[in-house]
Design a binder for this molecule. Structure first.
Ligand SMILES: [Zn+2]
Length: 232
């Protein structure tokens, strides 16, 4: 019997990488999911990622890279002293939530894992959108990282970002088509019991559900009537 090809999936526990994880499974890969503890302000999404992989029977590692926290601490996502922007994504709020060189660091480690287990492919959840894109979610970044991943080891590794050109609502549409349960994801930048509904990440997520006429199955601190693009 021919065994399934292996893939490493960078899986944060958020809705994009959750969809990517299922996309890789759908394509027939034996998936090895990697989550990274890089000093996020909270670990809600890591707990969610662990639970999802357990329920799917997918190999999963949470890689503790907090030792490098001092190198990447100048971000609202990794520094509790910085205020979390409560607004739609604009250039200023996006800049404050950029973790320095995050995707290059995480991809570098994921490529190492792929080489280590004889996988050919690394998946990650870069996506497009109408707002200013994070530099390490841009097609040219993926292209150039792919070129490096092809020659950095004796075995070439391919980086796939299946939603590179997709908006959030298009990723959600792909997930809905796969009948995914988005209550099993955590997107909020805050790590409280319920999602805040106010950070850029919550807002983008709520807009994606609203664009499909759906309500988000996740619990929010804001009253349900405040959901939707009209009040954001
Ligand atoms: Zn939030």
């Amino acid at each position: 019997m021919v065994s399934a090809p292996r893939a490493v999936v960078i899986y944060s526990g958020g809705m994009d990488s959750y969809t990517v994880l299922h996309q890789a499974l759908k394509e027939g890969f034996e998936v090895h999911a990697l989550s990274f503890h890089y000093g996020q302000r909270h670990s809600r999404e890591l707990d969610v990622a662990r639970a999802v992989c357990e329920s799917l029977g997918v190999a999963h590692e949470i890689v503790d890279i907090r030792a490098i926290h001092g190198l990447i601490s100048n971000s609202a996502l990794t520094n509790a002293d910085q205020a979390m922007p409560k607004a739609d994504y604009d250039e200023a709020s996006m800049t404050s939530t950029v973790v320095p060189n995050r995707n290059m660091i995480l991809l570098s480690l994921a490529i190492a894992k792929a080489v280590n287990i004889d996988a050919d492919v690394c998946f990650y959840g870069a996506h497009g959108g109408d707002h200013v894109l994070y530099p390490d979610c841009r097609p040219e970044f993926v292209d150039k990282m792919n070129a490096v991943a092809a020659i950095a080891n004796f075995s070439p590794i391919e980086i796939r970002a299946p939603f590179l050109h997709s908006r959030k609502d298009e990723i959600l549409a792909a997930g809905i088509a796969m009948q995914l349960d988005y209550s099993q994801t955590w997107t909020c930048y805050e790590g409280r019991e319920l999602a805040c509904g106010e950070c850029g990440s919550c807002r983008e997520r709520l807009e994606a559900f609203a664009s499909h006429g759906l309500s988000d199955p996740l619990g929010y601190e804001m009253p349900a009537t405040a959901k939707g693009t009209d009040t954001l």
